[in-house]
Design a protein around this ligand. Structure first.
Ligand code: PEP
Length: 250
């Protein structure tokens, strides 16, 4: 499967800054075809960037979605809206949304279904806290999050990506070692084979996120079960993100 590299811009970049970043990226990534590349800008930039990316393979993602089609949900965004401005992917259950906006495994599950209903592809984030890692509860936590997020899915799971993002590694400069990440990715892969038919389970991409940088991507991508990366901070610098996309496993 083609690796997937996703840039999560979070609540950064106004229209002009987003414009400049994408123009640079488009140039730097010309001809780079060893990964599928997705960026998740703020909602306010998506439509504009869609036009800028018309002749580029770079795809767009929403950073959130509401499970309802439309209605009285002030401040929310629907799958229909995201699809209408050119999104192909949606990031769901990012730890910042779980921590600050009350996202739970149950709402993540509803959002996964809403995403697929609109022919968008979900990128579901899971990850343990530092306390859970130190208490040796990592694999149990990930198993619960994945099982609940994907409950009821069936073969539709093949269109889904799971992003393993240890909470202690996000925006902290601390990356999980390739071995730590691989252990969790491998356990997620095994769980997928338990929960779904083999044909669908093997299609699911499992990507790593948590302080991914130009200088650590190569060793992470050398692991057999790491199928790409979800990149926060480093996705805001075109040169760094381009180098991540052009990873060379070693
Ligand atoms: C993220 O936003 O999902 C993330 C992993 O951020 P950072 O790369 O900055 O740690």
């Amino acid at each position: 499967m083609l690796p997937l590299i996703v840039g999560n811009w979070k609540m950064n970049t106004d229209l002009c800054q987003g414009d400049a970043l994408v123009l640079k990226l488009r140039e730097l990534l010309k001809g780079a075809d060893s990964a599928e590349v997705v960026i998740a800008p703020p909602f306010t930039s998506i439509h504009h960037l869609y036009h800028l990316l018309a002749d580029s393979p770079i795809k767009l993602a929403g950073q959130n979605i509401h499970w309802e089609k439309n209605g009285a949900y002030t401040g929310e965004i629907s799958g229909e809206m995201l699809a209408s401005v050119g999104c192909k992917y949606v990031i769901i259950g990012h730890s910042e949304r779980r921590q600050y906006f009350g996202e739970t495994d149950e709402t993540v599950n509803k959002k996964v279904f809403a995403t697929l209903r609109h022919s968008l592809k979900p990128i579901v984030c899971v990850g343990e806290s530092l306390q859970e890692r130190e208490g040796r509860k990592t694999l149990k936590k990930i198993k619960t999050q994945v099982t609940q997020a994907l409950a009821g899915l069936g073969s539709a799971v093949k269109d889904l990506t799971i992003a393993y993002e240890p909470v202690w590694a996000i925006g902290t400069g601390k990356t999980a070692s390739p071995q730590q990440a691989e252990e969790v990715h491998n356990s997620i892969r095994e769980l997928l084979f338990e929960l779904f038919d083999a044909e669908s389970a093997k299609e699911v991409r499992i990507i790593y996120g948590g302080s991914v940088k130009a200088d650590n991507i190569d060793e992470l991508m050398a692991e057999p079960n790491i199928d790409g990366a979800l990149v926060g901070g480093a996705s805001l610098k075109a040169e760094d993100f381009a180098r991540i996309v052009k990873f060379q496993p070693r």
